[in-house]
Design a protein around this ligand. Structure first.
Ligand code: HDD
Length: 706
């Protein structure tokens, strides 16, 4: 039944929860008999027949008088805009930033003055290399771009989920991206760095070594946007009301802790649900579980910068949190999905040069190059200089200027005067007090193409990153290098990478060389500066060390069959919900199952469409009667085998033992496999799930003992 349209005071009517625009001042008279509005052309003309084009005779030619056909096809032909040259695949959400600690001592930026103040926000997460339609779980850096609609204009903090970058100078960006994306003659591989061109460029670019360690870690296969950190990467400046400057690095810390998937899991998720990250963000926001990050800042002065081991202007370096602890400032909450993906997420235009008074740039050459690039890209992508007229890009504070005309101008200056100064006293004027003033840094030097000596140590922090990982994470790094380099056909490139690894960690280098089948080890790469052995491990660099304490925000997959113990199922569902986690039911048939008490339980997935890789942990709530059929299902066996192999917690009803046996894991049950409800009860199981993985299982799974 069609809903009756609701007339509103605004210029829209809401039908089927969609906002339909009606012309200014028009009557709501254009409604067809069924209560729906009459279809019109874009010019507002009512349409009589949208099923058949205008033609001469039933089998004759189409005629050019058919302006409706012409307009409809014309518009369709122009639906696409160029995808972003990098970060093409992305997903965004609205929310707010709430200041908790005033930063007035450091910055005059209005949004950081008053605790409790909320600033509207839009955030877009992305992968870098893949095209718009690529899969979510590519091994790739994730973009973490935040637009804050402050009272002094938009501030875009266009960051990544990794605090360092591949290159030190923006002039190398096109080379990096050309090498990383699909090879130009064959147009593959898509959304992957596992190919010759990428590793060739990297092997010839030692400054990328720190970043390479990060991207070969599980940071590049996050479980969810909600469980990853974000970083502004560069050193920025804060400038206070007295025009004093403090250096700053920005960090976003997810409230629910860090979490990544396993590589084997990522490969399978890409097939099972290429939109895994999108769906996750959509589902959590739509169900009211709003993702949250704390903004933290590392603040430092010139003295610290001068005494620090590395150059704070070098974007391939971090300042370890143990050396300079970040301070909390406020929280970012995402609480609303866009009404329309194209209008908002696709058309949002982030630009590093969008900063409010009180936030300024440092001389990081990568940042300065970026400040040049982002405006160009928006012009190309969005088709004209008026992209700030789009609602998603428009400031939410008062604004006034004399920029006018151009493609799609929707807001031109009103009145006679469109310049200043003018003698009519009309229009906006600049303000020396409130306007943006660049920090008056004193600069001098020789004009030349230079790279500072202080940027020359490419291995020490790469080593520090590696030694800061848990042993499971170190194994994953070695496996990732092996996987990627095994796809590289040119042996000289593989060798060159191992020669760099020798400057980072010898065991890592020899593990990778061994797995790749090297007959002999190459010499270590020439290093401008020898690797420092004295940097301490930084636990903040490990995902596992920064994991969640609880299962909150995670998802349990419950495999159910006819005859499932109703009390057990209800008890587990209640315990999971109490933990603020969610569960989904997987059944032999998607319709559902009949529980032991005769109630009908609807399933979310059929086993084939709900593999265990989509869940953080699984439970097998089966019945003896259903077991004969279940053990014959390859997908049911995969469900269990994958969960075990991926070191997940598994709860099972005793009737599921034959399934564990058939999967080949009955002899390998460890502390992560729980019979339910068990002596300790369901609540204890759910507490245990907070550990997310049984890492101790991993070496045995790899050795194929299970
Ligand atoms: Fe960039 C997009 C992050 C270096 C040029 N970049 C883009 C996006 C993110 C980043 C998150 C997607 C924004 C969105 O969601 O629309 N980029 C980074 C980070 C970098 C970085 C963290 C290093 C620290 N980028 C970088 C350099 C250049 C660019 C050195 C060029 C000199 N980036 C662009 C771009 C893009 C872009 C071509 C493509 C689409 C867009 O800007 O809007 O201008």
């Amino acid at each position: 039944m069609a809903k009756k349209p609701r007339a509103t005071q605004s210029n829209t009517v809401t039908i089927h929860d969609q906002k339909l625009h009606r012309g200014e001042g028009s009557e709501l008279h254009q409604f067809a008999e069924a209560g729906q509005p009459i279809l019109t052309t874009a010019q507002g003309g009512p349409v009589a027949d949208d099923q058949n084009s205008l033609r001469i005779g039933a089998r004759g030619p189409i005629v050019v008088d058919d302006f409706h056909f012409r307009e409809k096809i014309f518009h369709f032909d122009h639906e696409r805009i160029p995808e972003r040259v990098v970060h093409a695949r992305g997903y965004g959400a609205h929310g707010f930033f709430e200041t908790h600690q005033s930063l007035a001592a450091y910055t005059k930026a209005d949004l950081f003055q008053r605790p409790g103040e909320r600033t509207p926000a839009f955030v877009r997460f992305s992968t870098v290399a893949g095209n718009k339609g690529s899969a979510d779980l590519a091994r790739d850096v994730r973009g973490f771009a935040v637009k804050l609609y402050t009272q002094e204009g938009n501030w875009d903090l266009v960051g990544n989920n990794i605090p360092v970058f591949f290159i030190q100078d923006a002039i190398k960006f096109p080379d990096l991206i050309h090498a990383a994306k699909q090879e130009p003659d064959r147009a593959f591989p898509q959304a992957q760095t596992a190919h010759d061109n990428f590793w060739d460029f990297i092997s010839l670019t030692p400054e990328s070594m720190n970043m390479i360690m990060w991207i070969m870690s599980d940071r590049t296969i996050p479980r969810s946007f909600r469980f990853m950190e974000g970083f502004g990467v560069h050193t920025f400046r804060l400038v206070n009301a007295k025009e004093e400057s403090t250096f700053v690095k920005f960090h976003w810390k997810p409230k629910l802790g860090l979490q990544s998937v396993a590589w084997n899991e990522a490969v399978k998720i890409n097939g099972a649900d290429p939109d895994f990250h999108r769906r996750d963000l959509w589902q959590s926001i739509q169900s009211g579980n709003f993702p949250e990050w704390e903004l933290q800042v590392q603040l430092f002065d010139q003295d610290f910068a001068d005494s620090f081991d590395f150059d704070v202007l070098d974007p391939t370096k971090i300042i370890p949190e143990e050396i300079l602890p970040p301070q909390p400032v406020g929280r970012l909450v995402l609480d609303r999905m866009p009404d329309n993906f194209f209008a908002e997420t696709e058309q949002v235009a982030f630009m590093t040069q969008n900063v409010p008074p009180g936030i300024d740039f440092s001389n990081d050459p990568l940042l300065q190059g970026r400040n040049f690039s982002y405006l160009d890209t928006q012009l190309k992508r969005l088709g004209g200089p008026n992209f700030t007229h789009l609602p998603i890009n428009a400031p939410k504070c008062p604004f006034a200027h004399f920029q006018q005309d151009g493609h799609m101008a929707m807001r031109n200056p009103v009145g006679r005067v469109n310049y200043q100064p003018n003698s009519f006293g009309e229009g906006p004027r600049e303000s020396a007090v409130k306007g943006y003033r660049h920090f008056p840094a004193e600069e001098q030097g020789t004009k030349a193409r230079l790279r500072p000596e202080s940027f020359a140590d490419h291995y020490s922090q790469a080593r520090q990153f590696y030694i800061s990982q848990t042993s499971a994470e170190q194994r994953h790094i070695a496996a990732a290098f092996t996987f990627e380099l095994a796809k590289v056909q040119t042996s000289a490139i593989r060798e060159r990478i191992v020669s760099h690894l020798l400057n980072i960690d010898e065991t890592l280098a020899s593990t990778v060389a061994h797995k790749l089948g090297f007959q002999s080890m190459p010499k270590p790469a020439d290093a401008a500066v020898p690797t420092r052995q004295d940097l301490h491990p930084s636990p903040a660099l490990s995902i596992v060390e920064r994991g969640p304490k609880r299962f909150e925000g995670r998802k349990l997959g419950i495999l159910v069959t006819d005859g499932v113990d109703a009390q057990l199922l209800n008890g587990l569902a209640a315990a999971i919900t109490k933990e603020k986690a969610v569960f989904e039911l997987i059944a032999p048939k998607v319709g559902g199952v009949t529980a032991s008490d005769g109630t009908w339980v609807e399933a979310h997935h059929m086993i084939d469409g709900g593999p265990s890789v989509l869940f953080d942990a699984v439970a097998l709530l089966t019945s003896s009667a259903a077991m004969d059929d279940l053990v014959k299902e390859a997908t049911a066996r995969d469900f269990v085998a994958d969960a075990f192999q991926h070191c997940k917690f598994i709860g099972y009803h005793q009737s599921a033992l034959p399934l564990l046996e058939k999967t080949g894991i009955a002899d390998a049950l460890d502390e992560g496999v729980w019979m339910l409800p068990g002596d300790e009860g369901l609540a204890a199981f759910v507490v245990e799930l907070g550990k997310l993985r049984v890492w101790g299982r991993e070496p045995s799974v790899k050795l194929g003992k299970a």
